[in-house]
Structures are given as structure tokens and as C-alpha cells.
Design a protein around this ligand. Structure first.
Ligand code: HAM
Length: 400
């Protein structure tokens, strides 16, 4: 029997590489225009780097790392993200003597043992950007605006929303966590099993639980913004002031706490409603204290990572839908939020004549499945011909 690729890991085939090159080139051009330089980092590091850097209690470190012992008996881990490794390199090569901020970016694969689904893989790719050594809130705004410039360069910014928040310093957060636990404890029985466990281990994580039964409780939770110290609150005010001055629109989302423990003060995420549950296309924040915790100087830092798979999927489907609409075909995108049978059920209810189905395999092959809803008949059509094909079917229908 032929051996297949590992679950959650996929080949990027020649039909797709052009799109990947365009996305990467847009990243490089945008980051370099702001003075960021490329650094290339190893794909594996000592396990301890991630445990100490990302946090022992995070989902990433607890359940998602590819950890192995090498032949010399060292515990090594395939990098689940780039920030810890980049900070390790910053310290190891004495970057702290360079003029601040030290601006660096890196692009490449990351590895997390997550349940694979649309937009979520076990090997995925990030463009990762970090500004190290500068405490000013102006850098926070620079980094966020650069991220949005990247999406603008790809023509995607209209479909994306920027969410910003401040989670304060360690002291602010401890005070907030105490308030949060006090609020959540009496509601524990209304929370999902996972959140009940989080309540003891890492209560902040309850705030970004996606399970519907938890939402009514989460919605009424106290806001972290009310627990900020004067210094953190002022920092956040300044970040917002700079974003306003640059004309960058954003939403303040107090529940945005992120999944890695190194963040302090500013956190942010870029989301789309168009990829189903995996709606974050980029995320980041400030991590003052991390460099010191990993054995370096007390230099602050801030950065973000863009999930490149999620860029690529959006880029493939949206132009097809647009071309079909321009050709006069009424087209609605499902965006993969539901499983296929549910999506088809919904299409039936809407009275749709034809459904276009494109999962990871179809995207990789450059073809979509075209299904006639009435008969259930299906055939494969290359993406390039899809809009024309739909238009032809429509005129047949009209003339029939
Ligand atoms: P993160 O939020 O864990 O942050 O990941 C950033 C982005 O990577 C996500 O928004 C998503 O687009 C993408 N991503 C994450 N996991 C997967 C997956 N399994 N499959 C596909 N895409 C995925 C970080 O990694 C931080 N290191 C970002 C950062 C840099 N903060 C400061 N500097």
C-alpha cells in the first residue's frame, strides 16, 4: 500500500505555489519597507525553551507540541511558534547592543498537534515579525499598522477586522484573574467540562472558549480593562491615540486574551468571518519580560504572526465567487463553518441549483466539485473554468 502524508500535513503543489510566493513577497516588501530584516531560525529547539517561553499551562505546551528525545537523550521540540526561538537567537547573538528597536522577521513552518480541520493544520506556516527592545506605545501602533498594510497589499483589508485589547502587566492580571474567578466560580456548573478544568488551571482561557453553552457566562464577565494599573491604562490610551492618528480602524475587544502566556499590555488579532471557526488570520502582542525570563537582558518586545494557510484559502475562493457574480450568477459563500452535509442541507433550504464544493484536497488539485442539487450529480471543474461553467448552466436554466 502506498504511504500517504501524515494527517494534518499537506503538500503545497505547483498549482498553489504561485499564490504562496505572492503572499510571501507581499510580506517581505511590507516588512522591509518598515526596516525589518529577515532572520532564519531552526525548526527545532530545546523543549525547555517553549515550556519557559510560552508557558507550562498553555494548550500549546500541554497538548500540542511534537516533542521527542534525540539519540543523545536531549528533549527537543518542533517549534509550535517562532517568538521563543527568535528571542533565544536575540540573546545568543547579542542583538541587544544594536540600535533599538531591533526589527526582525521570519517566515516558515510551525508544528502543533491540533485536531485538523478547515484552516487548521499540524504543519502550518507563519510570517512572524518582532520589534525588540523598545517600550514606547508608538511601536505597538507601528507593528499593528504594518500588519494591516500587509493585508492591504493583498487587497484583503475590507474583509478583515482588527481587534485590540490590553491585558495589563503581571500584577494587573493577577488582580483581574482573582475577580474573574470570583465571578466564574458560582457559574461553574453552566460551563463546559474544559472550562471547568480551566477555572482551576488557567481561568483567563475561559474567555476565549468557543463552546455555545459558555457564551452567556463569558458575555457577562468583568472586563480586564477595568483592572489595568494607571501605567498600563496610559500605555493603551497612547496605542489607541497613535492608531487613530494613522487612521487605522479597530475594535476594542476586552475578551481578547490570546493563547500564549508571555503577553502583557497590548494584544491584537485580525479576524475574518469568512473562514468558519478558524477565524483568526493573525495575532500578536507585547511580551515585555520574556527576553529576561529566557536569560537575556530586561528588553521589552512586541510582534505578531500571520497564518499563511488562511490567507491562501481566502485568496482562492473569493475571486471565483466574485467572477461568478460578475457573470450574473447569484453566488453565496459558505466558508466552511459547517460540515459538508450540513452545508448541503442549508443549500437545499435556500433552493440553490448548484453547489461548488472545495475542501483542502480540491484546493490542492486546483479543481472544485460542482454538484447539481436536484439530482446529486457531481463532477470536477478546474477553478479557472468555474465561473464560465456556472454562467453556462445558468443560461441553460433560463432557456429551459
Ligand atoms: P498564534 O495566535 O498562536 O500566535 O498564531 C498566529 C496565527 O497563526 C493564528 O492567528 C493563525 O492564523 C495561525 N495558526 C495558528 N495555529 C494554526 C494551525 N494549527 N493551522 C493553521 N494556522 C494556524 C503566535 O504564534 C505568536 N507567536 C504570535 C506572536 C509573535 N506574538 C508575538 N510575536
Amino acid at each position: 500500500m502506498a504511504i500517504k502524508a501524515v494527517r494534518g500535513v499537506r503538500d503545497i503543489l505547483p498549482v498553489e505555489t504561485g499564490r504562496w510566493q505572492r503572499v510571501e513577497a507581499a510580506g517581505r516588501a511590507t516588512f522591509e519597507a518598515y526596516g525589518y530584516r529577515e532572520i532564519r531560525l531552526p525548526l527545532f529547539e530545546r523543549t525547555e525553551l517553549f515550556a519557559r517561553g510560552i508557558g507550562d499551562e498553555t494548550d500549546i505546551v500541554k497538548k500540542e507540541m511534537y516533542t521527542f528525545e534525540d539519540r543523545g537523550g536531549d528533549s527537543l521540540t518542533l517549534r509550535p511558534e517562532a517568538t521563543a526561538g527568535l528571542v533565544r537567537a536575540y540573546i545568543e547573538h547579542g542583538f541587544q547592543v544594536e540600535p533599538k528597536p531591533v526589527r526582525l522577521y521570519t517566515i516558515g513552518p510551525m508544528f502543533r498537534y491540533e485536531r485538523p480541520q478547515a484552516g487548521r493544520y499540524r504543519q502550518f506556516h507563519q510570517a512572524n515579525v518582532e520589534a525588540l527592545g523598545e517600550p514606547s506605545p508608538a511601536v505597538d501602533a507601528e507593528v499593528v499598522c504594518m500588519l494591516m498594510d500587509f493585508f492591504r497589499a493583498l487587497g484583503l483589508e475590507d474583509r478583515l477586522a482588527l481587534h485590540v485589547n490590553s491585558i495589563g502587566d503581571a500584577g494587573d492580571r493577577a488582580a483581574y484573574v482573582a475577580r474573574l474567578v470570583e465571578y466564574l466560580a458560582p457559574h461553574a456548573s453552566s460551563l463546559c467540562g474544559e472550562c471547568q478544568a480551566r477555572l482551576g488551571r488557567n481561568p483567563l482561557r475561559v474567555l476565549d472558549c468557543k463552546v455555545p453553552e459558555c457564551q452567556p457566562v463569558i458575555e457577562k464577565a468583568p472586563s480586564i480593562l477595568d483592572s489595568l494599573s494607571a501605567a498600563s491604562a496610559q500605555h493603551f490610551d497612547h496605542v489607541r491615540g497613535y492608531l487613530d492618528a494613522m487612521g487605522q480602524a479597530y475594535t476594542v475587544t476586552p475578551r481578547l486574551v490570546r493563547g500564549l502566556d508571555y503577553y502583557v499590555r497590548t494584544t491584537f488579532e485580525v479576524k475574518t468571518t469568512q473562514l468558519g471557526a478558524q477565524d483568526a488570520v493573525a495575532g500578536g502582542g507585547r511580551y515585555d519580560g520574556l527576553i529576561e525570563r529566557l536569560g537575556g537582558p530586561a528588553d521589552p518586545g512586541i510582534g505578531f504572526a500571520i497564518g499563511l494557510e488562511r490567507e491562501a484559502a481566502l485568496q482562492r475562493l473569493m475571486p471565483v465567487a466574485r467572477a461568478a457574480r460578475r457573470a450574473g450568477v447569484i453566488t453565496e459563500l459558505g466558508y466552511g463553518a459547517r460540515k459538508l452535509p450540513r452545508e448541503l442541507e442549508r443549500a437545499n433550504k435556500l433552493g440553490v441549483a448548484y453547489a461548488v464544493i472545495a475542501g483542502d484536497n480540491e484546493l490542492a488539485a486546483g479543481e472544485a466539485v460542482l454538484r447539481e442539487m436536484k439530482t446529486g450529480e457531481q463532477r470536477r471543474v478546474p477553478f479557472a473554468r468555474l465561473a464560465d461553467e456556472l454562467q453556462a448552466l445558468r443560461s441553460q436554466e433560463v432557456s429551459a
